[in-house]
Design a protein around this ligand. Structure first.
Ligand SMILES: Nc1ncnc2c1ncn2[C@@H]1O[C@H](COP(=O)(O)OP(=O)(O)OP(=O)(O)O)[C@@H](O)[C@H]1O
Ligand SMILES: [Mg+2]
Length: 404
């Protein structure tokens, strides 16, 4: 029967450890402080100590040092419970001669596994000699390491094991997140796509009522018009959502191209469709980037489209498209002198259907910036905005060069 002494000033944590270890057939006793632990160890018969580090009075390190200094308990393995968020924890544990680490909250299997491994390691090398202290320089200070070689190895391996496990957990959760996102995208694509057919039916049947019902009075006609307008608005929303999911799914084809030329193309389209909105344009020529040309065009359609839209009420509308260097990186920008917005709400801009202006003021669905952000993020870049109410807005984005 392996006897384990659990040292923890928190009763709940101590009891939890006791239950877990007892389930794996260890005999467990609990001490509420380092001092109490030393008194119990003096009576002998323990095979292992599992101790918390931070405790009022004697810390886990102190306990370890005292136990390793006494002939009767020198060989007793001591495993420290840690949160492992301070790199000094490892070196301090080596300094006081601890035999291993268990990360708090790493689950019952880990606790049982580590305790078993520590007992087994000590059994394997029972009778090994004790060496003298070794000085190690770490983070600008010198530490005298009391541990034996095998002990150091155990401790480092246990730390490494933890890092690997955390890394695996991280990879798994990233994978889950990607899967969840993909599912969500497929779902919204399917919904938007399937809404198309019933919407077309609503449209054509309402048209039919309008044209083929001679008895329809003025009220009836007005009602049918409302239906058509609502249907057309819904059609726009569906189209925007479909575009968002296409942008999210499309494979990236990066090429080196002239960004200024794309901006010019987008501006040409805007002026063709809004000939009455005369905007003074400043466009920096010769901007280049390595990105997916079609997707970057979608970004400009949204950013420059917004600049056009939100300068509609401005007597002398002006839009500037260019690039700056900030901290060695190229930052592209689209600046306007239009309606602007309150920066307190800036965090909402890039979320779907979030709008800072009413539909009566400026028409829109609120999906454009979400789409732009998705494109930029897929390229590994960042997008953000600066604005003030009535003083225009500037949208910035980066496009980091692809990793070779
Ligand atoms: N250049 C700008 N100036 C002022 N406000 C802006 C500007 N660009 C975006 N916004 C604010 O951010 C909101 C979200 O922009 P977004 O492009 O996503 O939606 P939208 O233009 O309203 O609709 P659409 O889906 O048709 O693009 C806008 O409704 C507006 O309130
Ligand atoms: Mg928009």
């Amino acid at each position: 029967m392996t006897r384990v002494l659990v040292v923890d000033d928190s009763r709940t944590q101590a009891e939890e450890a006791r239950l877990i270890l007892e389930s794996a057939d260890f005999t467990v006793e609990v001490a509420a402080s380092g001092e109490e632990a030393l008194r119990r160890l003096a009576t002998g018969g323990f095979d292992l100590v599992v101790s918390d580090i931070v405790m009022p009075g004697m810390t886990g390190y102190d306990l370890c040092r005292s136990a390793k200094a006494a002939a009767a308990t020198r060989e007793l393995p001591i495993v420290l419970l840690t949160s492992l968020d301070d790199p000094l924890e490892v070196i301090r544990a080596l300094e006081c001669g601890a035999d291993g680490f268990i990360t708090k909250g790493s689950g019952p299997e880990q606790l049982i596994h580590r305790v078993g491994a520590a007992v087994e390691n000590r059994r394997l090398r029972a009778g090994g000699g004790t060496g003298s202290a070794v000085n190690v320089h770490f983070l600008g200070r010198t530490f005298a390491i009391q541990s034996e070689r095998q002990q150091i190895l155990d401790l480092l391996v246990s730390t490494f094991e933890d890092t690997v496990r955390k890394q695996q957990e991280l990879v798994a959760s990233q994978h889950q997140l990607r899967e969840a996102n993909r599912e969500l995208e497929t779902f919204s694509y399917a919904v938007a796509h399937d809404l198309g057919a019933p919407l077309r039916a609503i449209n054509s049947w309402t048209q039919e009522i309008l044209t083929e019902s001679p008895g329809l009075d003025a009220n009836g006609k007005q009602a049918a018009d409302h239906v058509l307008r609502a249907a057309s608005r819904m059609g726009q929303i569906i189209e925007d959502l479909l575009r968002l999911s296409r942008v999210a799914k499309a494979a990236l084809h990066r090429t080196d191209f002239d960004l200024s030329a794309i901006a010019r193309l987008v501006v040409a389209n805007l002026t063709m469709f809004q000939p009455d909105h005369a905007v003074e344009l400043v466009l920096q020529p010769g901007m280049r980037c390595q990105a997916d040309r079609a997707l970057i065009q979608v970004v400009f359609e949204n950013l420059v489209g917004n600049a056009w839209k939100f300068t509609r009420k401005q007597p002398q509308p002006r839009v500037e498209i260019g690039a700056d260097t900030q901290g060695g990186a190229t930052v592209f920008f689209v600046r306007d002198n239009g309606a602007g917005f309150d920066m307190d709400h800036a965090h909402r801009l890039f979320l779907p259907f979030e709008r800072l202006h009413s539909d009566a003021e400026f028409k829109g669905t609120g999906v454009g910036l979400t789409t732009a952000r998705r494109v930029i993020e897929r390229h590994g870049g960042r997008i953000w905005a600066e604005a003030a109410v009535g003083q225009g807005a500037t949208f910035f984005f980066t496009l980091p060069p692809p990793r070779s």
